[in-house]
Structures are given as structure tokens and as C-alpha cells.
Design a protein around this ligand. Structure first.
Ligand SMILES: Nc1ncnc2c1ncn2[C@@H]1O[C@H](COP(=O)(O)OP(=O)(O)OP(=O)(O)O)[C@@H](O)[C@H]1O
Ligand SMILES: [Mg+2]
Length: 362
């Protein structure tokens, strides 16, 4: 099988198991993003793919070859780290071509590849500059260029954008997505930033404590999170979780929260009916609140607003719903004043329900 395949890969440091058992198939040409909180094992997994870290068990295949015990050089990979070290005494072009020169690549071939990479990364005007005369974002692009001139089978990125400011991060996200399109290579990218994951990935791998929680397209993990961890990790601001109950009232299943009731969404009817009376956790995404009912699925909810934050096209509300703290992101027009207490609407077709004990989605 081509692509990158991890089979029952595990990693322990002494008695501490960091990755208990991880299996994943990454298709050739795919852009896969590993995301999860600090310490969950993202870098460890990436470094095992790169061969910078030995596996404690299992095996790894790249491009159909078992590389479990192969050295990094033999894996046809290129890696970009968070902290990149450019050679300060070399200009941009020389930094980018360093590995090729070391490998004895012919001069005209080097020049051609550096030109292609520089064009792609919009670095052509800077080729003769030294790193100290570049901005942080330009330096990061040089680091990226240094790996793409090598044209590896698979590119590995470990939080390459985390040193950049918000605006640059966002434009580099776009550039990386474009780069992936142009190069058409397998890319594995590690971040703890769910926005990076959502915007760039073909598929997202969400990890917690060394375990894969869910693998899916951005749309899948956002719309159908498998558990409360994924539900609250993906999406910004975070989904609010509230304790609730399913109750069977004369054959009609209702969702009851503290101090409010909501109709059961159609898509969950069959699953809720299997066990209608039980403790659940309700999940409400901030963006599914609105100032007016847009469809018949919108149910009225009365909010006591503690703080309203103006964020442009929306306002974020820290509010109470039936005595429970929730977050709402309500779209408003350009002339709107800060929102206050009152009647709002929630799109019940987008309500999430989880089993309170197992935390799994219904
Ligand atoms: N050489 C090591 N010896 C012992 N424990 C280690 C070693 N390297 C990493 N760990 C542990 O393995 C776990 C996973 O680390 P890893 O660097 O993969 O996390 P991460 O998901 O990349 O986190 P971050 O988002 O902070 O970079 C952590 O608990 C870390 O302390
Ligand atoms: Mg890391």
C-alpha cells in the first residue's frame, strides 16, 4: 500500500507509555493534520514517522516500503520544525540549496529547483538576502523552501507556524494549502491549533493522551464529533456542555436541561428512542444561537447576558440559560449595540447529545 501507514505503533519512555497503540493509513497525496492538547503525543508520532524516534512496537510503511527501522535519510521525507535554524552567514538561496549541494546535485538542477521553490513561496526577490534581513514570516518560508527543494515523498510539519503572529499565520495557512495543491505530495502536519487543522486538512486526526479520538474530514469532525472531547476541542468558541435528561412524555421524547426544554432533533430520534430515559450531556455550539428564528427548528431561549463582546460580524455572549453558563455567538448587523438580556433562539436541529457516563455521542 502506498502513502504512510502506521500499524499498531507504540512508544514508551521507560515505564511511561506515551502512545499505547496507534494505527492509521494516510493516503498518498493526502494532507493529514494531527491535532490535540499539549503532551498528547503528536510530535512523538511525527518523529516516529520521520525516524527521529524509534518505535517501541508496531511498524511504519512509507510508499509501500517498511521503514520501521530505516534511518531518516532512507525514508524519502522532508521535515519542517517549529524552531527552524537558518544558516545566518548564507543568503536565502544558499540556505535553500544547502541540502542539494551536500548531496552533489548538479548545479543547473539546483538552480532550477531553488527557482521553482522560491517562486512558489514568493521568495524570489529575497534570494540574495541574509536571514537577519528578513521578517519572521519570510524566514519561516525559507525554512519551508529548504525542505521543498528536496521534493520528498512525504512532508512532515511540526507546528511550523506557531512562532508567527496571527495575520501571518493565517496567510501561511493559505500558502501551505496552495503548496499542497501544487506539490501534490503527502503531508502530515502537527498542531494544537484547531483552526489550522480545520482550514488545511483533508483529514484531521484528533488525539488525546496518546489515543486517536476521531479521524475525519473537517466537516465530519465538526458536525459529528464522536465524543465530548472532540466536540469541545473542535470549534471556536467552544461548544457548551450542559447536563440534561431525555424524558419520555407520553411517547414524545423531550430534551430537558436545567430550567429549559428543547425538542429532540429529528436526526437523533431513532437513537434516543432506543433508551429514552437517561442522563445525557447537551452540546450547544455558540454559532447555533441567533437573534431571530430562521427556521421552524429554532427554539426560543431566554438568556441572561453577563458579558457581550463585539467581534465584528458577531457578538460573543457569556450568558445564563436556565441558570447554566453558556456561550453564544450571535450574528448582528453593523449598527447593532451590545446585546443584552432577552429572548434568543437556538437551532435545535444542531443540538448535540452525549451519553453522560460514556461521553460518547448518541
Ligand atoms: N524523551 C522523552 N522522555 C520522556 N518523555 C517524553 C520524551 N519525549 C516526550 N515525552 C513525553 O511524551 C508525551 C508526548 O509528548 P509530545 O512531544 O509528543 O507531545 P505533543 O502532543 O507534541 O505536545 P505539544 O503540543 O506540547 O508539542 C509528553 O507527556 C512528554 O512529556
Ligand atoms: Mg509537539
Amino acid at each position: 500500500m502506498t502513502g504512510v501507514v502506521l500499524r499498531n505503533v507504540s512508544k514508551s519512555y521507560g515505564a511511561a507509555t506515551v502512545i499505547p497503540n496507534l494505527s492509521l493509513s494516510i493516503t498518498e497525496g493526502e494532507f493529514v493534520v494531527f491535532v490535540g492538547p499539549s503532551g498528547c503525543g503528536k510530535s512523538t508520532t511525527l518523529r516516529m514517522i520521520a525516524g527521529l524516534e524509534k518505535v517501541s512496537g508496531g511498524n511504519i510503511e512509507i510508499a509501500g516500503k517498511d521503514v520501521t527501522w530505516a534511518r531518516p535519510k532512507e525514508r524519502d521525507i522532508a521535515m519542517v520544525f517549529q524552531s527552524y535554524a537558518l544558516y545566518p552567514h548564507m543568503n536565502v538561496g544558499d540556505n535553500m540549496s544547502f541540502a542539494l549541494r551536500l548531496a552533489g546535485t548538479p548545479k543547473d538542477e539546483i538552480a532550477r529547483r531553488v527557482q521553482v521553490a522560491a517562486d512558489m513561496l514568493e521568495l524570489t526577490p529575497y534570494l540574495t538576502r541574509k536571514p537577519r534581513d528578513l521578517s519572521g514570516g519570510q524566514r519561516q518560508r525559507v525554512a519551508m523552501g529548504r525542505s521543498i527543494v528536496r521534493d520528498a515523498y512525504c512532508f512532515l510539519f511540526d507546528e511550523p507556524l506557531s512562532n508567527l503572529d496571527a495575520k501571518l499565520r493565517s496567510s501561511m495557512r493559505t500558502e501551505l494549502a496552495l503548496l499542497h495543491k501544487k506539490l501534490d505530495r503527502t503531508m502530515v502536519y502537527v498542531t494544537h491549533d484547531q483552526i489550522e487543522a480545520m482550514t488545511m486538512a483533508d483529514r484531521i486526526v484528533i488525539m488525546k493522551d496518546g489515543l486517536i479520538q476521531q479521524v475525519g474530514s473537517p466537516k465530519q469532525v465538526y458536525n459529528t464529533p464522536v465524543n465530548t472531547f472532540v466536540a469541545t476541542f473542535m470549534g471556536s468558541p467552544s461548544m457548551t456542555l450542559l447536563p440534561g435528561e431525555l424524558t419520555d412524555e407520553g411517547g414524545t421524547i423531550k430534551v430537558r436541561g436545567a430550567g429549559f426544554n428543547l425538542p429532540l432533533p429529528d436526526r437523533l430520534r431513532a437513537r434516543a428512542a432506543a433508551s429514552p430515559t437517561r442522563a445525557i450531556t447537551l452540546g450547544m455550539r455558540p454559532e447555533h444561537f441567533a437573534a431571530e428564528a430562521r427556521t421552524p427548528d429554532f427554539a426560543a431561549v431566554d438568556l441572561t447576558v453577563r458579558v457581550a463582546e463585539y467581534v465584528g460580524s458577531s457578538q460573543y455572549l457569556a450568558a445564563d440559560l436556565g441558570g447554566q453558563a453558556i456561550t453564544a455567538a450571535v450574528e448582528v448587523g453593523p449598527e447593532s449595540d451590545l446585546l443584552g438580556d432577552g429572548r434568543y433562539y437556538f437551532d435545535t436541529s444542531r443540538l448535540y447529545l452525549f451519553d453522560r457516563k460514556t461521553e460518547l455521542a448518541l
